[in-house]
Design a protein around this ligand. Structure first.
Ligand SMILES: CC(C)(COP(=O)(O)OP(=O)(O)OC[C@H]1O[C@@H](n2cnc3c(N)ncnc32)[C@H](O)[C@@H]1OP(=O)(O)O)[C@@H](O)C(=O)NCCC(=O)NCCS
Length: 175
């Protein structure tokens, strides 16, 4: 029986990853964003994960560094933004997206990262324990509705007291 395998991306996967995002999103903004993020200081190779099904790449998720500023802090601390994520439409609703999110959370926790923020489908991300960012007093610098932003704390206390989550301007092409 075929199973879904989630593993770290390698350079040979890049074209297949682009195809996943081109099939799942309208246009190529996400592909451009991923290229830019790979070249940025926020990229963490361990946290670009692909899902393989029957030997084919059918899903991808990327977590990169964003900044959390608390109170009047100027420096802040690094947390992770989950984006983009996609599963090819022909394989959606089979749990592949869920496997990617669970693997990403596990890997991020193992690597000692403090928290994850994500924009989109709150009812989907809440399944994994993500909580409304606005209810925790967290805002972002993105032009998106507050309702779409959820967060998960990986190290206790990271998000307590709220704050501002600063995404790099690279993300402006998708949000
Ligand atoms: C969102 C996405 C990654 C989910 O992948 P998946 O493999 O279908 O995920 P799973 O099978 O584990 O879970 C499916 C659940 O995702 C949620 N979901 C999927 N698409 C959704 C949408 N457009 N709006 C709201 N919820 C959605 C639903 O809760 C769905 O549950 P259901 O199967 O009971 O209907 C995939 O649908 C996709 O690539 N969509 C287009 C790109 C996108 O929106 N990316 C995420 C940005 S936050």
């Amino acid at each position: 029986m075929s199973t879904i395998q989630v593993r770290q991306e390698n350079p040979e996967d890049i074209r297949a990853i682009d195809v996943v995002h081109l099939s799942a999103f309208e246009g190529d903004d996400e592909v451009g964003l991923i290229d830019s993020l790979r070249a940025s200081s926020g990229f963490i190779a361990d946290l670009s994960l692909v899902a393989e099904f029957n030997g084919r790449i059918v899903g991808h998720v990327l977590l990169t560094r964003v900044r959390l500023l608390k109170g009047k802090e100027k420096e802040g601390l690094d947390i992770l933004a989950l984006a983009p994520m996609a599963v090819v439409p022909s394989q959606s609703h089979r749990g592949i997206g869920s496997e990617l999110v669970k693997a990403a959370i596990d890997k991020a926790r193992t690597l000692g990262h403090k928290a994850i923020v994500v924009v989109g489908h709150p009812e989907f991300y809440q399944r994994f324990g993500f909580k409304s960012a606005s209810k925790l007093g967290l805002e972002t610098n993105l032009a998106v509705s507050d309702d779409l932003v959820t967060v998960m704390e990986l190290i206790n206390g990271t998000l307590s007291g709220g704050g501002n989550i600063i995404y790099p301007s690279l993300f402006n092409c998708v949000y």
